[in-house]
Design a protein around this ligand. Structure first.
Ligand code: NAD
Length: 317
């Protein structure tokens, strides 16, 4: 199979909760005409293919197969969700050793076929695994990035929308840094359709702005723990984030999304992958957007980077 990219083809590696939910979201999106699902458990992938394909008459025609790495050489996007999930009480960083090992079996398979598509890393800890995927693949950095805090930023927008009684899509607010415990809500740039968030809170009659924002940021940070406690895993929200990222790539939207990529000096951070808003289009990441952060946020971001760097330093790559 030629490795010339087919812009209508997507691959999903790992068809557990996150991979299969992402596959459903991608099938429903109508963005692709071909989708390949790969899982170490081939039966699982085959079962998902059957189940998802039975929904096609209600959506748009496409070819969905359970395949292997030879089948994804020309995929425009390869979404990697394979990996263990967090157990109740386990942090994303606790997962690192198990999932790096899994990546050591997956990424070289993609690299040796010289795939030209974009790798979108979703498995956790996503920032560490994005860095690992970049190193193992040798792909250019624009073509390897993680879903990062796309999900966390959506959670933030959702909660702010509920709190303020506005459409979450009118809320512009980022979670940046690690997708995990050291993530940062970038309040100094948050706004609702151009109105600074603190002014908007006052307009809606909320005067204890700082307390509310603190609580909402904590709720965002803890939402994965809460969902895992209640239903064992989180998958629908991230599936929509995967769909959104794929949409920005396939439609060359040049959307600004908070994805995880290797940093090169912004805020004094380099050689670590974490989330910053970036322009995403058909070539993957086109440019990082170093948003305005106050001193405290910048320091928190550097702390987040140090926490990730410590984990990377402990890996034998
Ligand atoms: P899961 O256990 O349901 O699925 C994992 C799948 O990976 C399984 O089907 C397994 O067979 C497969 N797999 C394991 N090793 C493989 C290999 N070498 N090749 C191919 N497939 C392999 O887990 P899940 O709930 O789907 O979670 C998957 C990952 O996504 C976890 O790391 C989880 O923490 C992460 N996640 C990320 C986000 C995010 O925002 N980035 C959100 C939720 C979950």
């Amino acid at each position: 199979m030629s490795n010339e990219v087919n812009s209508r083809k997507v691959a999903v590696i790992g068809t557990g909760f996150v991979g299969s939910s992402s596959a459903v979201a991608l099938m429903e999106s109508g963005l692709f005409s071909e989708m390949v699902l790969i899982d170490a458990d081939k039966n699982r992938a085959e079962g998902e293919v059957l189940d998802i394909s039975h929904g096609l008459p209600f959506a748009r025609p496409m070819k969905i197969i359970a395949g292997d790495y030879d089948d994804i050489v020309d995929a425009a996007i390869i979404v990697v969700t394979a990996g263990a999930g967090q157990k109740p009480g386990e942090t994303r960083l606790d997962l690192v050793k198990k999932n790096v090992k899994i990546f050591q079996s997956i990424i070289p398979e993609i690299a040796k076929r010289d795939c030209k598509g974009i790798l979108v890393i979703v498995a956790n800890p996503v920032d560490i695994l994005t860095y690992v995927a970049k190193k193992l693949s040798g792909f250019p950095e624009n073509r390897v990035f993680g879903s990062g805090t796309t999900l966390d930023s959506a959670r933030l927008k959702y909660l702010l929308g509920e709190h303020l009684g506005v459409d979450a899509r009118s809320v512009h607010a980022w979670i940046i840094g690690e997708h995990g415990d050291s993530e940062i809500a970038a309040w100094s740039s948050a706004n609702v359709s151009g109105v600074p968030i603190s002014d908007f809170c006052e307009m809606r009659g909320f005067l204890e702005h700082d307390d509310h924002m603190k609580r909402i940021a904590e709720d965002v940070k803890n939402s994965a723990y809460e969902i895992i406690e209640k239903k064992k895993a989180t998958y629908y929200g991230v599936a929509m984030a995967v769909r959104r990222i794929c949409e920005a790539i396939v439609r060359d939207e040049k959307s600004i999304l908070p994805v995880s990529s290797i940093q090169h000096g912004n805020y004094g951070i380099s050689d670590v992958s974490l989330s910053m808003p970036a322009i995403v289009g058909k070539n993957g990441i086109e440019k990082l957007i170093p948003i305005q952060l106050d001193e405290k946020e910048q320091e928190e971001l550097r702390t987040s980077a140090r926490a990730l760097k410590e984990v990377l330093d402990g890996l034998d790559l």
